[in-house]
Write a protein that binds this ligand. Structure first.
Ligand SMILES: [Cu+2]
Length: 147
């Protein structure tokens, strides 16, 4: 016997697979144009510095727009601090110590991080903080903050 919940899950999976231009709940992802990329202007990978850490974010092939603004080929920056490898790309990013949002369209940030090694990664989000499809994500860089 198939339960209502199982039926719903099966339907959802089929709908998600078949979705073409179909808004599917909150998981609908905004397309990114080919070649779009985010990158760190600073700091450099491997940098050893004293805090607070000034981060300058670069974006190529798309525009920066504040969160909540629905304009094609735009997004806002997020810095992922010490993110796990299995970061979710199909849902809105939470706002927490790992996911730092710059929803006003900022392209610079100052991070206060404890001394030690940290990884930083940029991930662009759409108006609803959901990564684009395909995700516009930088390489992960490692920095060392001195005491
Ligand atoms: Cu965001």
């Amino acid at each position: 016997m198939i339960t209502a919940k199982k039926a719903l899950v099966a339907w959802a999976a089929a709908a998600a697979t078949a979705a073409t231009g179909l808004a599917w709940a909150q998981a609908a992802r905004t397309p990114s144009p080919p070649g779009a990329k985010v990158y760190f202007i600073s700091p450099a990978d491997g940098a050893i510095l004293k805090g607070p850490v000034k981060v300058v974010m670069g974006l190529s092939g798309m525009g920066v727009a504040p969160a909540g603004v629905d304009i094609g080929n735009t997004g806002h920056h997020h810095i992922l601090v010490n993110a796990p490898a299995d970061i979710k790309l199909d849902a809105a990013m939470p706002a927490d110590a790992v996911h730092r949002h710059f929803g006003l369209g900022q392209t610079e940030a100052t991070l206060t991080l404890p001394p030690g090694k940290h990884t930083l990664q940029l991930l662009l989000g759409d108006k609803s903080h959901v990564p684009h499809e395909p995700a516009v994500m930088s390489e992960k860089i490692t920095i060392t903050v001195q005491p």
